[in-house]
Design a protein around this ligand. Sequence first.
Ligand SMILES: [Ca+2]
Length: 150
Amino acid sequence: MIIGQYLNWVVFVWFSVCPVGFTGDYCQVNIDDCPSALCHHYSTCIDLINNYSCSCGPRWTGRLCDNFLGSLCNKTINNNTDVCKNGGLCFDTDDKNNYTCTCADGFTGRNCELEFDPCVSSPCEQGGTCSKLGLGDFKCDCPKGESLIK
Ligand SMILES: [Ca+2]
């Protein structure tokens, strides 16, 4: 009787108890702990054994990646200078891990640091020579015999 109960217990344990964090007939399945994880929605959950960790983007920190380090558009993070130069507007990306600049007319580049050169696209036809006049403006010097007005 006692041996029978013991064997029942052994069988019960054998078939139903896995190490914590595992399941399956052979305890071969690492239970996915990420669905119930509390990682901030801009981080990536990494499943561990009966645990998880959160992989944070560069502007987030903390175990759950819920501690924001501040907007990259903030001047104080950029040595007190505007991130977007020449009057460009700075916007955080949705996950706040990066930024984009919307440049003022006549400027280009990631940080609007470059003056737009309208001659780069070779706008002059018939062999005309392009000269930049001002922000985004240009003129074409036509070869002899050609006229700007057609
Ligand atoms: Ca797991």
